[in-house]
Structure formats: C-alpha cells, structure tokens
Write a protein that binds this ligand. Structure first.
Ligand code: MN
Length: 201
C-alpha cells in the first residue's frame, strides 16, 4: 500500500504564502484521491511488489488497459509527495554543493527561480508541473503535462517540483500564477533540495 507522506508542518504553517484552506484541500482531498486511486490501479495491474518510481519509469511495459490510471494517479501520488515535502515553515536557503551549482550555472538563486517561474507560468500550457532536475551532472529545468512525472522520460533525479495545477493556487491567487510561484519560493526547503542533489550525484 502506498501512503501519502505525513506533512512535516501544520496546514497553517505556510501562511500567508500558501494558505491553510489550499493546503487542506490539496493534501486531504486531491492528494488522498490520487493515492487511493493509485493503490487501486496498482492492485488491478498486479504491481504491488514494485516501488512507485519503478512503476512510473516502466509504464511502457504495463498493459495498455492499466497505463493511464497508473500514469495519472501514480504521478499524482509521487509528484505530490515530493511537492509537500519540498516546503517548510519560513523556507530554507540552499547551501554547500547546491549553492555552488546554482551560482555557477545561474549566477544566483533569484535567477534560477526566475527561470523556473517562466517554465511554470509561460512555457507550460494548462495543468502540469515545472521541475528542477539533475541531468548529466548539471541542474536542468523542464515541465510535464497533467500528472506526468520526469521519471517517465527516465529522469529520476528530481530536485524540486512546482505544482502548476489550478488547485495548487486558485483559492488564494485566482489567475495570478506568478504570485503563487513567487510565494511558493518563500516556503521552499532548499536544504531538502540539497539532500536530493547529494543523493543524485
Ligand atoms: Mn496538486
């Protein structure tokens, strides 16, 4: 059975950047539904002995009748666990290797955040995700549609997700996507991102 991560903060801890009502709806409704449906799809496809990452990286090998349910709900499960785990009260700054790579490749954190913002708010059309990943030993930015995961394109080294579905921001920010992204960055746990980088390198 796949389980949602336990939130490492309370619903209201990310206020005013991410509001408690959005957190409650997002985690308790949307994320729960993806997780329940993923478990259902996994059991129908007989994949209980695989990890979520293994399933998402090998969707092509799954019979077609199960593929969409696994992609949509498996991605929903996996992406949201990463997303909720990427935030913390007050946010944390990058350090060590991560800080050094950001400086070398982008100049500073603001410049990297600007690039991520552009991919999430302009390049991506409709619902999906913007991602900071590690590719060929370097930081890289990409986006996926719907609940697709970079894992499907064999990019396992996800460092930071940005949920660009309306349910992630609409209650508070309405159509102001850029305001949401700007505020998301205020609660990003870059220490966590740094841990993912260390594991990936
Ligand atoms: Mn979401």
């Amino acid at each position: 059975m796949f389980e949602r991560i336990k939130l490492p903060y309370d619903y209201a801890d990310l206020e005013p950047h991410i509001d408690a009502e959005t957190m409650r709806t997002h985690y308790d409704k949307h994320h729960k539904t993806y997780t329940d449906r993923f478990n259902d799809a996994v059991s129908k496809a007989g994949l209980e002995n695989k990890s979520a990452a293994e399933i998402l990286m090998n969707l092509r090998d799954v019979p077609e009748e199960h593929r969409n349910a696994l992609r949509n709900n498996g991605g929903g499960f996996y992406n949201h666990n990463l997303y909720f785990e990427s935030m913390c009260k007050g946010g944390k700054k990058p350090s060590g290797k991560l800080e050094k790579m950001i400086k070398e490749q982008y100049g500073n954190l603001d410049a990297l955040q600007e690039k991520l913002d552009k991919v999430g708010t302009a390049d991506l059309f409709g619902s999906g995700w913007a991602w900071l990943i590690l590719k060929d030993g370097k930081l890289d930015i990409c986006h996926t549609s719907n609940q697709e995961s970079p894992l499907e394109a064999k990019n396992p080294n996800i460092l930071l997700p940005i949920d660009m579905w309306e349910h992630a921001y609409y209650l508070k920010y309405k159509n102001e996507k850029k305001e949401y992204v700007k505020n998301y960055f205020k609660v990003v746990d870059w220490e966590k991102v740094g841990e993912r980088l260390e594991k990936a390198l």
